[in-house]
Design a protein around this ligand. Structure first.
Ligand code: ING
Length: 335
């Protein structure tokens, strides 16, 4: 009688010695509104104050919001407003004349940061960019927002526009970097609503995902979602953290910015999906937590052991198609 085949990876299961801790003190550096005419010097002063506050709380890394150097200009149809110069909202150098003070102060204090800004490249390409800067002031990596929400053409029926698809090109990869004693990934705003974002980053080894966002509380295509903005914000980031055994830091630019009430509620989330700490204002605010990157293994080596439990051979439709294709007959559809 043949022996019952052992679970080929049974050895992988079972309790085992926990790995040594890999502690990191991380802050979310939330911004309140940035005025349309607020000089970058003023904004950089605010960012430096947040960074100094984070440093006083022991932080080694602070995550700033999406488009953290200017007001959220995709709310306007710039071509229709002679007072608005689109290029004035973009950075052509990083660090540039106004931002090098931030880099210098950060390196002086030994605090790394993640910064979102509008990037205009030398060859004229425009991205909604986030950079990761290590504690010595060196730029470790750069991310271009993949999921661009909103619309491309002026839609005057809206109270305000959401023209990211007009003002930016999408990025095409979710990269990760060895930094801060672990593996760090970045995502931006609408990216956080798509589960693929977290899974691809986690498959690229991410243990900590930094997400900046600017989220108007009013969603013109379906205002019934407005009262749920805070719930949806927490839902997607907590789910993304738990289902991928990652820490997630979500950092807002919130408050009433140029007449558009925007969600704040920045927070730091554990691999369990629990919110460790969150902001309570809609203004400039720092929240800080000491995390232990080794705790990601509690999920990634058990419940969400990708190598042991994932079934990519059944996930074909996720990359083979864009939209949904319901079954054409009573039989079950097969991707
Ligand atoms: N903002 C929004 C976001 O995904 C949006 C788009 C606006 C969604 C309003 C829902 C309601 O959080 C960005 N910048 O992606």
């Amino acid at each position: 009688m043949s022996a019952t085949p052992l679970d080929p990876d049974a050895a992988a299961g079972g309790a085992h010695e926990p790995p040594p801790p890999r502690r990191l003190v991380v802050s979310a550096g939330q911004l309140g509104p940035i005025r349309r005419d607020e000089p970058r010097e003023s904004v950089v002063n605010r960012l430096i104050r947040l960074l100094e506050q984070a440093h006083s709380e022991g932080a080694e890394l602070i995550a700033f919001p999406e488009l953290a150097l200017t007001t959220f200009f995709p709310r306007w149809y710039v071509e229709g407003d002679p007072e608005l110069d689109l290029d004035s909202f973009y950075e052509t150098e990083m660090p540039g004349p106004e931002t090098k003070r931030l880099f210098a102060r950060a390196a002086e204090l030994g605090v790394g940061f993640c910064l979102g800004y509008a990037e205009l490249t030398p060859d004229g390409r425009r991205f909604n960019t986030q950079i990761l800067v290590e504690r010595d002031g060196s730029i470790v990596g750069s991310y271009h927002k993949v999921h661009l929400p909103g619309h491309r053409e002026h839609e005057p029926w809206r109270e305000f526009q959401h023209l990211e698809r007009r003002y930016f090109e999408p990025g095409d990869s979710f990269d990760t970097w060895n930094a801060f004693g672990g593996v760090v990934g970045m995502a931006t705003c609408n990216d956080r609503r798509w589960p693929e974002t977290y899974r691809v980053l986690a498959l690229n080894g991410a243990e900590l995902i930094l997400i900046g966002y600017n989220t108007p509380k009013h969603y013109a295509p379906d205002p019934s979602q407005d009262p749920l903005q805070g719930f949806h914000n927490r839902l997607v980031m907590q789910a993304g953290a738990y289902q991928n055994g990652c820490y997630v830091v979500g950092t807002a630019k919130g408050g009433d910015e140029e007449g558009v009430p925007s969600l704040a509620e920045s927070c730091i989330i554990a691999p369990s999906g629990e919110i460790i700490v969150g902001c309570h204002t809609e203004a400039d605010e720092v929240v800080t937590a000491e995390i232990d990157l080794s705790l990601t293994t509690k999920y990634r080596e058990t419940l969400f052991d990708f190598e042991r439990y994932r079934r990519p051979e059944t996930y074909g439709p996720i990359t083979a198609q864009k939209g949904a294709t319901p079954p054409t007959s009573p039989e079950v559809s097969h991707g």
